[in-house]
Design a protein around this ligand. Structure first.
Ligand code: KIV
Ligand code: ZN
Length: 388
């Protein structure tokens, strides 16, 4: 069975950049966009052009620069937003306008003070207007996660009829459970009239820590695009992390779903985004955290030294990390100590290792991590002891 393609829509420069303190200038955005293109993402959401002159210029510059990916600009279901986005995307090889409106009861009542029919009318108008500028129009039903499925299918049917090529189903508040989100996607794939002319897209937020699980549940149930960010950055608790969904699909070939991402570049782009935005990646972050391939307990270290696969499901080289690391702490065993000692030039006999290990534990109980300099000192110290 051949793998089916899942398109990766990266929104680091739009949803990701909405994070307080993460504002980027035009040059920084271009640098990241180039790297995203190299990484193999299918769509780069470059910004929200009507939001500021700076964002307009950045989207325009990225549209000129990007060679392979579709370049996308966000709009509300507002004519002026759409015109400005079309202008910003004018030079893109593959432009996409991403327009939409809130569809949940609370958005309809509190944000728009409108009726359901008025929401459908505005959605259709926005898509039809965007189609006068570009062929590729993505529609988002904001707060789809809390929108009743029957109404959602009705909105989607109408916007597909108006020419929407992609239907974005955002779990804007990160509320859904994976089963619920997957069932929503399945329902839409079975009830939206004309769905064969569009693809369903997952856009999940991480308020309950479920953004990645929900996106995966979405593609397992028929969606073919995932909207995500590098390092999972984004509003509040963030968005689905690009590196996570890519590696989940790769590590589970039985799902028969894959992306076009060159995973060997994941670690580099994670650092680039983290450094440029000043957003530290938590050390235990899956795939790209500093500890993602670090082993510190004796039992695990012994296993990894004998065979990496005992405690690692991903080869670190596949995501651009040169090797697994063995961190020496008070929980480390003799095997890890002998391994590190050998790496820095000491071949210890069993007797020597026993002596060095006792000294090592004294140092390790005082320090969080025992580094190479400590080991040199311990071994020198023990040699004197052994000689005496
Ligand atoms: O989370 C959301 O609903 C969004 C839309 C604007 C696409 O980011
Ligand atoms: Zn979002």
């Amino acid at each position: 069975m051949n793998n089916q393609r899942v398109y990766i829509f990266d929104t680091t420069l739009r949803d990701g950049e909405q994070v307080p303190g993460c504002k980027l200038n035009k040059e920084q955005k271009i640098t990241i966009a180039r790297k995203l293109d190299e990484l193999g993402v299918d769509v780069i959401e470059a910004g929200f052009p009507v939001s500021s002159p700076g964002d307009f210029e950045a989207v325009q510059a990225i549209a000129k620069e990007v060679k392979n990916a579709t370049v996308c600009g966000l709009t509300r279901a507002v004519k002026n937003d759409i015109e400005v986005a079309a202008q910003a995307l004018k030079y893109a090889k593959k432009p996409r306008i991403h327009t939409g409106i809130g569809t949940s009861d609370s958005h309809i009542k509190y944000k728009f003070n409108a009726s359901k029919d008025e929401i459908i009318e505005r959605a259709v108008e926005a898509v039809s207007y965007a189609k006068t500028f570009v062929d590729d129009v993505e529609f988002y039903a904001e707060d789809a996660g809390r929108t009743d499925n029957e109404f959602l299918a009705k909105v989607c049917t109408e916007v597909v009829r108006a020419g929407a090529t992609v239907l974005n189903i955002p779990d804007t508040t990160g509320y859904c459970l994976p089963e619920e989100y997957g069932a929503k996607i399945k329902y839409l794939s079975e009830h939206v009239v004309g769905i064969e002319n569009a693809i369903l897209s997952c856009h999940c937020h991480n308020d309950l820590g479920l953004a990645t699980a929900n996106a995966i549940s979405g593609v397992v149930n028929g969606a073919r695009q995932i909207e995500c960010t590098i390092n999972g950055i984004g509003e509040r608790a963030g968005n689905t992390a690009l590196e996570e969904v890519v590696m989940i699909l790769r590590q589970h070939p039985g799902l028969h779903l894959d992306t076009n991402i060159n995973s060997k570049l994941l670690n580099d782009i994670s650092r680039l985004v983290s450094d440029t935005m000043g957003m530290i990646v938590q050390p235990n972050k899956a795939i790209v955290g500093a500890n993602a391939f670090a082993h510190s307990s004796g039992i695990h270290q012994d296993g990894v030294i004998k065979n990496r696969a005992t405690y690692e499901i991903i080869n670190p080289e596949d995501v651009g990390v040169t090797e697994s690391s063995i961190i020496l702490t008070a929980r480390s065993g003799r095997a890890a100590l002998a391994y590190r000692a050998k790496n820095i030039g000491y071949e210890l006999t069993k007797l020597q290792l026993d002596a060095v290990y006792l000294e090592f534990l004294k140092v390790a109980d005082r320090k969080k991590e025992v580094v190479n300099d400590d080991i040199h000192r311990i071994i020198e110290h023990c040699r004197i002891g052994i000689a005496l």
